[in-house]
Design a protein around this ligand. Structure first.
Ligand SMILES: [Fe+2]
Length: 274
């Protein structure tokens, strides 16, 4: 795990000597803002909207809405869609569903009820990148966006999609998957582990370069937990959740090969080439 606490500026100066990505004449979309678990915190949406101009792409790794709100999904999703629509000017917005974003619906596949987030699929009409898509940021970088899933049919569907995405162009592969890998510091609640074991299996099978998760809000703040980990060659991140007006978040510089974690605990830096 990376533990370069409060040495961000110092460390960054030396990191550009080594490259994470192969050189390209045309480098684009290399600075990403990653959040998860905003849970309909509109002050945090305001913050992200105000920061958007500094980034080439914004990733929201699930739980954009909040099941505990007095407002229904229909109202929350309209408000969040307006925020996302404003954020998207000049950049890519990538959104995956979390457990707070889904409703239980009867599956078209005739296998009973399954969780689904039709409001997130609707965001495609606004030009956003959502669940089930594989997005090329440039010729070198692709991002697979995994939906929240619970059924066996959905598990098989995601695996099949990852097999397809593996073959698409872009050697540097990023995933978005709301639940973190199980029995890891990213899924540590302080009492037990509450991750998704299938993600561990998929990471071993496909070995993506980066995975952005959320879901276990306290993991980065608990003894024994963390905001980053490495499984094989894959770096995995969970920025956690804080309740203030600034969400805990990640700043990813793919050109420099760094991920900064920002929270009330102070900045920390992870060198992806370490
Ligand atoms: Fe959450």
């Amino acid at each position: 795990m990376c533990q370069y606490k409060k040495e961000v500026g110092l460390k960054k100066a030396g990191l550009r000597k080594n490259r994470l990505l192969p050189e390209s004449e045309k480098e684009t979309l290399l600075k990403l803002l990653v959040t998860a678990d905003l849970h309909y915190n509109l002050k945090q949406y305001d913050w992200v909207l105000n920061q958007a101009h500094s980034y080439d792409a914004i990733i929201m790794a699930g739980d954009l809405l909040d099941l505990g709100s007095n407002l229904g999904h229909d109202v929350q999703s309209i408000v969040v869609e307006r925020y996302l629509s404003k954020m998207k000017a000049g950049r890519r917005i990538l959104v995956s569903s979390g457990n707070h974003d889904v409703e239980t619906v009867h599956s078209d596949a005739g296998v009973g009820v399954e969780p689904a987030a039709p409001w997130i699929q609707h965001l495609r009409y606004d030009g956003l990148d959502v669940d089930g898509m594989c997005v090329g940021l440039d010729a070198r970088i692709k991002i697979s966006i995994c939906p929240w899933w619970e059924s066996e049919r959905q598990r098989l569907e995601i695996h099949e999609k990852l097999l397809q995405d593996q073959k698409s162009s872009g050697d540097f592969w990023i995933w978005i998957h709301h639940a973190p890998p199980d029995h890891t510091p990213l899924s540590w609640t302080g009492k037990d582990f509450k991750g998704e074991a299938m993600l561990n299996t998929w990471i071993n099978e496909f070995q993506p370069d980066l995975v952005f998760c959320g879901h276990i809000h306290n993991a980065p703040f608990k003894q024994g937990g963390s905001w980053n980990m490495k499984q094989g060659k894959t770096w995995v991140f969970n920025a956690g959740r804080e309740m203030g007006s600034v969400p805990s978040h990640l700043v990813v510089d793919l050109e420099a090969g760094t991920v900064e974690w920002h929270s009330s605990a102070g900045p920390e830096l992870c060198d992806l080439k370490a």
